[in-house]
Design a protein around this ligand. Structure first.
Ligand code: Q9C
Ligand code: ZN
Length: 352
């Protein structure tokens, strides 16, 4: 029996410099869910298993690469936040619209014009952490594109799939999974598929590639009828222009368990097989976990392994980018289960 190859996992300690303070939840001030403990929990679990995972430092992403996905004005706003005072956390609070206004990305008070969600704050460390988070995704993509690994993992934090071309939100500042996909495209890939298994709709990825027929975007998530981000993620959203049919949303009801999830996943798998991409990006949120504090699905650690195995069995060179998944003592083993599943599936060992 041959061992599965070691999975390179990218992470930079500077990603831990950003500590969003709190969030309002129905009038209650709660600790901000996007904690450093998430990343630390994942890192500790991976480090404990050197037979299967090796931690590496990412190469810093270029501004040119970031601009291949993002409006330079969003980048400028995140950089503006670097001048906040050390102890300040800035919550966008003015969301002016419908007037003849020109938001200034050099002015922190205009941050609401570059943001869609008041629960996603800025501090002087946001840009630093977001840049290294994106660097993990892009380095993982380069590692797979060059053939150095068949599967690579980016321990991206803060997450990215809610960030659009011009807006941050949903705890996301830079669109890490989109950047990974774009990186594979510029590396010469014919077609790339992004499969988003975070429990929330990947609205940012959907928007970035909405008109691009060369990137298939798929998201499985809690129905936006009653779940964040509310405005997007409906099945009717299929892509625009020449890209019609290259976006697939699979909204699922609250309480979806491993068995029900499998049916949605099979739909996604069938679409990917039909599209025949040369690379796969998995927007790997683990907030589908039954005890996730933000999620509303009921997947177990073992279910996550089976999901990984099914995706791995596609046999595609794969970049897994961490998205959501909030702190429980199980976050590390959940990510490990998903990644080990990917490797097992890729090896051709059948799910039991
Ligand atoms: N007070 C990701 O999983 N906030 N983002 C919900 C709760 C938004 C989650 C409001 C949740 C965003 C990457
Ligand atoms: Zn999520």
């Amino acid at each position: 029996m041959t061992a599965t190859p070691v999975i390179p996992c990218f992470f930079h300690p500077k990603q831990l410099k950003f500590k969003p303070k709190y969030e309002w939840a129905f009038g209650e001030k709660i600790e901000h869910p996007e904690t450093t403990a998430r990343a630390e929990g994942i890192l500790a679990a991976l480090e404990q298993d050197p037979e299967h995972f090796v931690i590496r430092r990412p190469v810093e992403v270029t501004e040119e690469m970031i601009h291949s996905v993002h409006d330079p004005r969003l980048v400028r706003m995140l950089q503006t936040a670097q001048s906040l005072r050390k102890t300040d956390t800035f919550y966008p609070a003015v969301f002016m619209r419908g007037m003849d206004i020109t938001p200034d990305p050099g002015q922190i008070s205009h941050a609401g014009s570059f943001c869609f969600d008041s629960g996603t704050p800025l501090s002087r460390e946001t840009w630093l952490a977001a840049r290294w988070s994106a660097s993990c995704a892009v380095t993982a993509a380069m590692t797979v594109a060059s053939g150095d690994a068949r599967i690579a993992y980016a321990l991206s934090r803060p997450p990215g799939h809610h960030a659009t071309r011009g807006l941050f939100g949903g705890y996301c500042y830079l669109a890490n999974s989109s950047l990974a996909a774009q990186c594979l495209r510029t590396g010469g890939a014919r077609r790339v598929a992004v499969l988003d298994i975070d429990v929330h709709h990947g609205n940012g990825t959907q928007e970035v590639f909405w008109d691009d027929p060369d990137v298939l975007t798929i998201s499985l998530h809690g129905s936006p009828e009653n779940f964040f981000p509310f405005f997007t993620g409906f099945a009717e959203e299929i892509g625009g222009g020449a890209a019609r049919g290259t976006n697939l949303n699979v909204p699922m009801p609250e309480g979806t368990d491993g068995q029900a999830y499998e049916m949605g996943l099979e739909q996604a798998i069938a679409r990917i097989l039909d599209y025949d991409p040369s690379f796969l990006v998995v927007a790997a949120g683990v907030d589908t976990y039954e005890r996730d504090p933000m999620g509303n699905f009921g997947l177990t650690t073992e279910d996550l392994g089976r999901v990984g195995e099914r995706i791995g069995a596609l046999g595609l060179p794969t970049v897994a980018v961490q998205e959501g998944g909030y702190y429980t003592p199980h976050i590390g083993r959940n990510v490990k289960s998903l990644l080990a599943g990917l490797a097992e599936g890729a090896r051709g060992k059948k799910a039991s």
